[in-house]
Design a protein around this ligand. Structure first.
Ligand SMILES: [Zn+2]
Length: 454
C-alpha cells in the first residue's frame, strides 16, 4: 500500500486557463497533476481554473472532500493573471502603481488555501523550495552599457537646470569618466558577486576598448547579454543581427537580453526574442517607476495573449533602475527607503530582486548613485540571498520547474521521489521541515502529533 498521494490535481478541460494555474503552482513549488474524469486517483486538493459545473463534477469524484475543491478564479482572479502574464496588466492602472507585487501576494493566498486543504485531512504539504540551499530570495545585479565612455545626455539633466547646472557641467568635465565598468568589476569582485552586463553589439570608435572589456568579463566569469537597440523591440531581423554580431565578439551563445529604454510591445517582442533563441528577457519593467510591471516578483513564463500560448522564454522582472531615481530627482534617504521596502517584500515572498545599475552613473558626477550601489551590495551580501547572474537564475528556475516531485503519506511517513534532488519543504500544522535532498528517493518520518497533541 502506497498511502495517500500528496499531489494537487488540476481539472484541465481548458488548456489555456490550466496553463495559468500551472504557472502559479510552479512559482510556489507545488507538485500537481492534470486530471480528467478518467484519472483513477484521489487527491487531497483539486483546483478548477474557473467555476464551471462540468469541471466541478469531475473534481468532486476525485477529491476526498468537497471543501477541498478550490476555484482558482475565486482566490486569484484569472483575468488579472492572464493580463499580467500577457503583458497588459498596467494598461489604465498607471495612477495606482505601488512597488508591492500585488499578484505575488495573492499567489500566497492560494498557497495558504492549499495548505488548509491538506491540513484538514491531517496531511503534510510537501513542495520545492524557491532557491538553492534554502536562500530566502535571489538577487541579480545587471548593468546596461549604453556607452563605454559615458557622455552627458540631456535626459540626465532633468532636475539639474538652474543655478546648479553650471556647477554640474563643470564637475562633469573636470572628473574622469570611462573607467566605470572596471569599477563595477572591482566592487563586485571584492564582494564575490557575479553580475550580468548587457552590451550593444557595436560601440563605434571604442571597438578595441570594447573587445578588451568583453575579454576581461569573460575571463572573470561575469555574464554577457545583449542590450538590444532602440527599435529592435519591433523588428525580429534587427534583433537577430544584433544577437549574431555580439555572439561573434564573445564567441559563445547569448542567453539573455534587455531592450534599450525598455522598449517593448507584448507579445511581439517576446515572440521575436524567443524565436531567435533567447532564454530570458529583462526588459519588461517600468522606466519611470520602481516595482514590478506585472505585479509578480518571480521569474515567469509570459503568455502570448494573441496565440493563447505560453512562451518557453522566461521574463525576470527588474524592479529597480538607477535612472528612475535620477528621473524622479529624489534624495538619498527616499531612494534607500524604497529599496529597503522592495527588499523586505521580496524577501518575505521569496522572490527575485533584480536591479539595473548603468555604468554611466558610476562616477563622481552621480555621487548618490555610486553610494546607493555600494551600500546596496553591502546590504544584500549580509542577507541569506542567492546572489547570481540572470543566466544562472534562469537555469535554476527552469530546472526547478522541470523537476518532478511525487510523494505518498502512510503511517506518519512521507515516501517519495524527486527527478533531480533539490531543497524541499514539508509543512504540517505543527512543524516545518526543510531538507536539501541529495538523492532522488526519500523517506521522512513526521512527529506523531495525533498521539502527542501540542
Ligand atoms: Zn539602454
Amino acid at each position: 500500500m502506497r498511502g495517500q498521494k500528496l499531489t494537487v490535481g488540476i481539472v484541465s478541460t481548458n488548456k489555456f486557463l490550466t496553463n495559468i494555474v500551472k504557472e502559479i503552482l510552479h512559482h510556489l513549488g507545488i507538485s500537481f497533476e492534470e486530471i480528467d474524469n478518467k484519472t483513477p486517483v484521489n487527491f487531497p486538493c483539486v483546483i478548477l481554473p474557473v467555476q464551471k459545473e462540468e469541471d466541478f463534477s469531475i473534481a468532486s469524484k476525485l477529491c476526498q472532500n468537497e471543501e477541498n475543491i478550490l476555484v482558482f478564479d475565486n482566490i486569484c482572479s484569472i483575468k488579472s493573471f492572464c493580463l499580467a502574464l500577457g503583458g497588459f496588466l498596467d494598461q489604465g492602472q498607471i495612477a495606482n502603481r505601488s512597488i508591492e507585487p500585488k499578484l505575488s501576494v495573492i499567489e500566497f493566498k492560494l498557497l495558504e488555501n492549499i495548505k488548509d486543504c491538506f491540513f484538514r485531512l491531517d496531511l503534510p504539504l510537501i513542495r520545492k523550495w524557491y532557491w538553492p540551499s534554502f536562500t530566502d530570495a535571489c538577487f541579480v545585479v545587471t548593468h546596461d552599457i549604453d556607452s563605454l565612455d559615458p557622455i552627458l545626455r540631456f535626459s540626465e539633466l532633468k532636475g539639474k537646470i538652474g543655478l546648479n547646472w553650471l556647477k554640474f557641467i563643470f564637475n562633469f568635465i573636470r572628473k574622469r569618466t570611462g573607467q566605470e565598468i572596471f569599477k563595477l568589476v572591482r566592487e563586485e569582485n571584492r564582494r564575490q558577486i557575479k553580475s550580468t552586463f548587457l552590451f550593444f553589439p557595436d560601440y563605434g570608435k571604442d571597438h578595441n576598448k570594447f573587445l578588451a572589456i568583453l575579454d576581461l568579463l569573460k575571463r572573470m566569469n561575469f555574464e554577457i547579454g545583449l542590450h538590444a537597440s532602440e527599435f529592435s523591440y519591433c523588428n525580429q531581423n534587427i534583433l537577430e543581427n544584433e544577437k549574431k554580431q555580439l555572439e561573434e565578439l564573445v564567441d559563445s551563445d547569448l542567453k539573455g537580453i534587455r531592450q534599450h529604454q525598455l522598449n517593448f510591445l507584448p507579445p511581439f517582442t517576446w515572440r521575436y526574442q524567443e524565436k531567435i533563441g533567447f532564454n530570458y528577457d529583462l526588459s519588461f519593467s517600468h522606466n519611470i517607476d520602481f516595482g514590478f510591471r506585472s505585479d509578480i516578483c518571480f521569474p515567469y513564463h509570459p503568455i502570448d495573449i494573441i496565440e493563447k500560448k505560453r512562451f518557453n522564454l522566461i521574463e525576470i522582472p527588474t524592479s529597480f533602475m538607477d535612472w528612475t531615481a535620477l528621473y524622479k530627482d529624489i534624495n538619498y534617504d527616499e531612494i534607500w527607503s524604497i529599496l529597503m521596502k522592495l527588499d523586505d517584500t521580496i524577501e518575505k515572498l521569496h522572490g527575485c530582486f533584480v536591479v539595473n545599475f548603468h555604468n554611466s552613473y558610476q562616477n563622481q558626477n552621480f555621487p548618490l548613485i555610486e553610494r546607493l550601489y555600494s551600500q546596496l551590495l553591502d546590504h544584500v551580501t549580509k542577507k541569506n540571498y542567492w546572489i547570481t547572474t540572470a543566466g544562472e537564475c534562469t537555469s535554476w528556475w527552469l530546472k526547478r520547474e522541470k523537476t518532478e516531485l511525487s510523494a505518498f503519506f502512510l503511517k506518519n511517513t512521507i515516501k517519495g521521489n524527486i527527478s533531480s534532488p533539490l531543497p524541499i519543504v514539508i509543512e504540517t500544522t505543527d512543524e516545518i521541515i526543510k531538507l536539501d535532498l541529495k538523492k532522488t528517493s526519500f523517506s521522512i518520518k513526521l512527529n506523531d502529533n495525533v498521539n502527542n497533541p501540542k
